[in-house]
Ligand binder design. Structure first.
Ligand SMILES: N[C@@H](CCC(=O)N[C@@H](CS)C(=O)NCC(=O)O)C(=O)O
Length: 196
């Protein structure tokens, strides 16, 4: 299998962590592509032009990190707990990622066309999602699952792109989750480059 990724993409990171945690590193070749360079290999694999994209051994491509994560888990024999609470947390974690990425996209636009309306809207959504995830962690027994992993990737991405956010304040469960995941070799091996 070939996994097309970018090293700064949190969606890619989630899949890369799963490959390592579930013992599939020997079966998955990681290939780097920068989506905004319109890399022809990426565009021919994924018409959406986004990473991650998984080329399966039959030549078909899977897009969307959540779908790729499900496929990776299945290839490994589905060793992680997976119930509707885990799926719920995964969806919320993905939404937190989406809002954080969209906020960044707005922030890096030229000053004259940057929209305070959209930045504020994304920031309020980020704060509400963090509070919901803090509450949701109370029902999590095992942080080794797709939902908590997605949350940990999103929290790490907040630190990477939005270091002034103070998301740790009054959110001890999220802080503990982030610490648990960042100590793992899979997380350390997929840390985004400091200059990314
Ligand atoms: N919902 C998608 C989002 C993927 C995504 O937006 N990836 C970004 C990199 S972080 C990308 O490739 N952006 C390029 C673009 O939007 O044109 C997923 O979960 O895989």
């Amino acid at each position: 299998m070939k996994l097309i990724i970018s090293t700064t993409s949190p969606y890619s990171r989630k899949c890369r962590v799963m490959v390592r945690e579930l013992g599939l590193a020997g079966q998955v070749e990681e290939v780097e592509a920068h989506p905004f360079d319109d890399d022809p290999d990426l565009l021919s694999a994924n018409p959406l032009g986004r990473v991650p994209c998984l080329m399966m051994d039959d030549g078909q491509a899977l897009t969307e990190s959540a779908l790729i994560a499900d496929y990776i888990a299945e290839q490994a024999g589905d060793p992680w707990p997976r119930d509707w609470n885990d799926r719920r947390l995964e969806a919320l974690g993905n939404g937190l990622l989406d809002l954080t990425v969209m906020r960044r996209v707005e922030m890096v636009r030229d000053e004259g066309i940057r929209s305070d309306f959209w930045i504020g809207r994304r920031e309020r959504g980020i704060l509400r999602a963090l509070d919901e995830l803090e509450a949701g962690m109370g029902e999590v027994d095992n942080p080794m699952a797709q939902g908590p992993l997605t949350m940990a990737v999103a929290l790490s991405y907040l630190d990477f792109r939005y270091p002034e956010s103070h998301w740790r304040e009054n959110r001890p469960q999220l802080q503990a989750l982030a610490e648990a995941w960042s100590a793992r070799p899979s997380f350390q091996a997929t840390r985004p480059p400091a200059d990314g």
